[in-house]
Design a protein around this ligand. Sequence first.
Ligand code: NFE
Ligand code: MG
Length: 519
Amino acid sequence: MGKIIIDPITRIEGHLKIECTVENGVIKEAHSSGMLFRGFEIILRGRDPRDAQIITQRICGVCNLCHAMASTLNLDSAFGLADKIPDNGRILRNLAAGLHVVQDHILHFYHLAALDYVDVTKVAKYEGSDADLNSIKAFIGRGELGPFVPRYEGDYRLSDDLDRAAVSHYVKALEIRRKGHEAVAMLTGRIPHTASIVPGGMSEIPTVDKIASILWRLNELRSFVDNVYIPDVLAVAGVYADYFEVGAGCKNLLSYGAYDLEGKNPDYTRRRRLFQQGTISADLKLQPLDLSKITEEVRHSWYESNTSKLHPTAGKTVPADEKGGAYSWLKAPRYDGRVYEVGPLAQMVTTYAGGNSMVKSLVDSTLAHFKATPAALFSVLGRHAARALAAKYIADSMGEWLLQLQPGEPTFVPYELPEEAKGVGIIDAARGALGHWVEIKDKKIANYQCVVPTTWNASPRDDSGTPGAIEQALIGTRVKDEANPFEIVRIVRSFDPCIACAVHLITPKGSELGRFRIF
Ligand code: NFE
Ligand code: MG
């Protein structure tokens, strides 16, 4: 019996430690630890509720806009505005979120995950005229190999042609993400300072100029997703097809839905959204979402034990950094007492099961391409494929939304700050289901709780000892070479974890983090 400890897992956001116990080459036990204490929920107490939109964005530099959106939906709901947002405001919000998320999915594939499959160093032998490849070759020639090494060795399988195409696209993806960010900035201000998504709607107004400036950038994003991102994911999947059978996980999926297609139903769990809300298990039968079933358990988390199994409306954040048996700063969110995976896979599968013909054709054609059954979706490659297809579905939908904007029509409604109120804001962020809950007393935040995508996915064991979604995806996996545990990092990165979000101040003193093995 041996232990593989990867601390920290690189090419993700934040500080995640993964510890696997391996017996006869198979992972018997896995522990996922968020090694970062934050405490945003404590910072928010006693403040003007509207500060939540600004402060929760600081939870994460990657998905700040998603927190801006969840906090704003939360305040809309608390202020009695959830069914009063003008269509222009709703559509502008969708566009801002969609542009942000599509570039985030591209970020994940090219700049975080693909390096597990693509051997960038091969480019040293390239003799052609592709300027992007020659720029990388020049770096390698000068011995500047970061961020491509250090890395695990021994399982890079792409042909020279595929490998070079992927490296060239690594550079192009930077450029296309910049265009996505520019388009977002026109609607909300520069990330990570999303200013215009505000309670009541959007403080930004659509103009013909702005629509045109966004349209050509969106068209470039769409073209990149169709002609580069999806083909690259399919090509990598073709060569690493065994990863359709690796990293299945808990097979329970949960989605809050995202991108409001109407604004008249104040209940976000029943509102018509581009992605379907609901839960789904291996039988692929869609179940309606019931937020009352959500709790956060802390038996194995560094929080006071008497705060376990609370619903987020009553949630507490009381750190207990020396608690025995605890091994993570993440709480363990559970739905109906069970472990659920969140993210693009959950979004696509719930939307598929909800009967959406566009998503059905995207997913069915991809499965047919690999002669695979829906069971293959529950895998490392299933998550990558779902993320790429979700990017296409969002990007294509934005083409229609942009043309629905009405220059000159209102984008927001005014409001009064309530003396007392409760609110909830739920959306699917890039990494999955994101919920914010607020209780307001005396016009101040009495309690604020965030339950974040990576808290779901990277959670530790719950009170009953059941491992979290990533832990379950690791358990049972065969590791071919314990000195180069590709399987572990490929599984973990397929979830696109973000620990900054999941734990939501590093103390200046920090904590004893031990020795690092950085790969
Ligand atoms: Ni920090 Fe985040 C997203 C949110 S994730 S990246 O997407 O919400 O766990
Ligand atoms: Mg929380």
